[in-house]
Each structure stands twice: as structure tokens, then as C-alpha cells.
Design a binder for this molecule. Structure first.
Ligand code: RP5
Length: 163
């Protein structure tokens, strides 16, 4: 199976990124985690993305806060799908990172999830890999059914309390 690359701009992003890591683990999807910054270590970020396809990656998650250029900088050097996570950080609470990540120029796509949306970033990567992996697609179906059953269960409890 292809790997998912998880790149975060700083180790301070890890508490959010752990949710993506745990989601990938729960699907037994292989991944690598790196701290590369578009601003502080641009050469490392560039080398990773230039070589990602030949190094066995199928999708890349790029997470950064503040002036978050990481996902775009990664996407500039690969045609693998790049999922951007704007991380809540600093005075603007993630709005800065959201706009920096989502407003990509035509031709260099970044699929941007919600601020701190690490679980959905991982699920999107799994969905991408599952296009050509029916066993993985089946796992996604099972999870969706389990999530639905969980919400219906919560509804029953709330209905019992108030109706
Ligand atoms: C971004 O700036 C990082 O992705 C992080 O979200 C934010 C703050 O980084 P640190 O100053 O905590 O290293 O580049």
C-alpha cells in the first residue's frame, strides 16, 4: 500500500496532528511523520515533496499555523494529492492559516480541511488510497456505519431524557 506523508510546520502542531496519526493507525495505513517548514526549513520541505512519489507516498498531509504556506509549498513540487490542515495558533486563532492554506492559485491544488481538521485530513487520504484498494474501501464503509450507529444511539439517549 502507498504511504501517507504527514508534514507539520512545527513540533508545536503535534497535539493536532496526533489525531491524523491515530486515524491512519486505526486503518493500518502506513505513514511517515516529519517536521518541515516552508519558512524555516524550505530545502527539506522541497526535497521531501520532489521525491515523495518515487519514495512510495500516495497522498500528503501538510499542517501549519499562522502564515501557513507549507501545504502550498509542498503542492508546488509534487502532483500527489496534498491535504492542507490549517492549525489554530497565534493571535488570529487559525483564520490566518485557513486563508493561507485554502486560497491556492489555479493549477496547484491543495484540498483544505477545517481548522484543526486532522481526522478528516487522514480520512481523505484513506479515501484516496481506497480508490484502488477494495479492502480499505470496505473498512471505510464499516467505520461510517459504526459512526452512524453511534450517533443514533446518542439520539435515543437524548430523546429518552426529554420526550
Ligand atoms: C507555523 O507556525 C507552525 O506550523 C506552527 O503552527 C506555528 C508556530 O510555530 P512555533 O513557533 O510553535 O514553532 O509555522
Amino acid at each position: 500500500m502507498k504511504k501517507v506523508g504527514i508534514i507539520m510546520g512545527s513540533d508545536s502542531d503535534l497535539p493536532i496532528i496526533e489525531k491524523a496519526i491515530n486515524t491512519l493507525k486505526s486503518f493500518d495505513v502506513p505513514f511517515e511523520v516529519h517536521v518541515f517548514s516552508a519558512h524555516r526549513t524550505p530545502e527539506e520541505a522541497r526535497d521531501f515533496s520532489l521525491n515523495a512519489r518515487q519514495n512510495g507516498f500516495g497522498a500528503i498531509i501538510a499542517a501549519a499555523g499562522m502564515a501557513a504556506h507549507l501545504a502550498g509549498a509542498i503542492a508546488a513540487n509534487t502532483t500527489l494529492p496534498v491535504i492542507g490542515i490549517p492549525v489554530k495558533s497565534g493571535h488570529l486563532n487559525g483564520v490566518d492559516a485557513l486563508l493561507s492554506t485554502v486560497q491556492m492559485p489555479s493549477g496547484i491544488p491543495v484540498a483544505t480541511v477545517a481548522v484543526d481538521g486532522a481526522v478528516n485530513a487522514a480520512l481523505l487520504c484513506i479515501e484516496i488510497l481506497a480508490v484502488t484498494d477494495s479492502a480499505l474501501a470496505e473498512k471505510l464503509d464499516q467505520k461510517r456505519k459504526a459512526d452512524t450507529a453511534n450517533v443514533l444511539d446518542k439520539n435515543k439517549k437524548i430523546e429518552k431524557m426529554f420526550n
